[in-house]
Design a protein. Structure first.
Length: 298
């Protein structure tokens, strides 16, 4: 980013963090860079577990404040950002801010986040997504343990995935198994979504949780026991129908598995980054790296 855009990003990050502290009593601000086929952007997701915002329309008005501040935060953040979304309720408030080129023409919206074990600078979880007009493919991987060795395994898995994008998810995991033999090993899930064929294909090895949500129906997609690079079973793919309203969630064991997005009325209709934020805020175990990928049909 140039100097002006970098300055705007600094303002957004500062305002987001201030709101989390002052109004939410503390929380998290996750900043990441997103590169896509027609540009790049910075993304900020700020989450807290405060009492929520009673009157959102009023809160977006300049000059309104419940904490004795100038009251210019939310309104200024909305004007400054390329994309702005806020979700608030009894569980707290989440704000999504994007700055830069915004890709809105894809039939599948994608967001992902990977956070390191508390206190670590390197993350042993990782994810990657590749999109074309015909299909969207993504990987989520978790290197054994945490720290440097886990991060090296995760990055090797991602690099191998990127070299084999033309083949099916199950076959990609076979290549990952061979490539990861020189590392401490990892678990991984790979998904392919073909909107024109209305099909989702998933294959996973290890404790990767994958769930497909279609309306009120939630279906878990099986990952096989094993560890890529050490021992892997005969890998089988799972096929399911994909519709414009489908939501696919894939995460590592850094999150509890007993989550329910239906407990957040209206959240499934929002940007996938807010779904990631909710899962990390409310279901993170705090004793391991944690990662989640959410894909949503347009």
């Amino acid at each position: 980013m140039d100097e002006t855009r970098a300055g705007e990003l600094a303002i957004l990050a500062t305002e987001a963090a201030s709101n989390v502290l002052i109004h939410g009593g503390g929380g998290h601000v996750i900043v990441s860079g997103v590169v896509h086929h027609d540009g790049h952007r910075a993304q900020i997701v700020a989450t807290d577990q405060g009492k929520g915002i009673d009157n959102l329309a009023l809160a977006l008005t300049d000059g309104y404040s419940t904490a004795g501040t100038m009251g210019s935060g939310l309104g200024a953040m909305k004007r400054l950002s390329t994309h702005f979304e806020i979700f608030t309720g009894k569980g707290g408030t989440m704000v999504l801010l994007e700055l830069g080129d915004s890709s809105t023409d894809a039939e599948v919206q994608v967001a992902g986040m990977a956070l390191p074990y508390p206190g670590e600078r390197l993350c042993g979880d990782g994810w990657w997504c590749d999109q074309t007009p015909q299909r969207t493919m993504a990987i989520l991987t978790d290197g054994l343990g945490h720290g440097l060795g886990a991060a090296e395994a995760a990055q090797e898995a991602i690099a191998t995935f990127r070299r084999h994008l033309s083949i099916q998810p199950g076959d990609i995991l076979g290549y990952l198994h061979d490539a990861l033999k020189k590392t401490r090993g990892a678990v991984a899930g790979v998904v392919e979504i073909s909107p024109a064929q209305r099909e989702l294909t998933y294959a996973g090895v290890g404790n990767i949780c994958a769930t497909l949500i279609n309306g009120n129906i939630s279906r878990g997609l099986m990952s096989h026991n094993g560890t890529l690079g050490i021992t892997a079973p005969r890998i089988q793919e799972v096929h399911a129908e994909w519709t414009p309203g489908s939501v696919f969630v894939m995460h590592s064991d850094g999150l509890h598995t007993r989550w329910d997005l239906a407990a957040y009325p209206g959240l499934l209709s929002r940007h996938p980054a807010l779904l990631c934020g909710a899962l990390l805020r409310d279901y993170r175990r705090q004793r391991d790296d944690a990662s989640v990928v959410v894909m949503k049909g347009q």
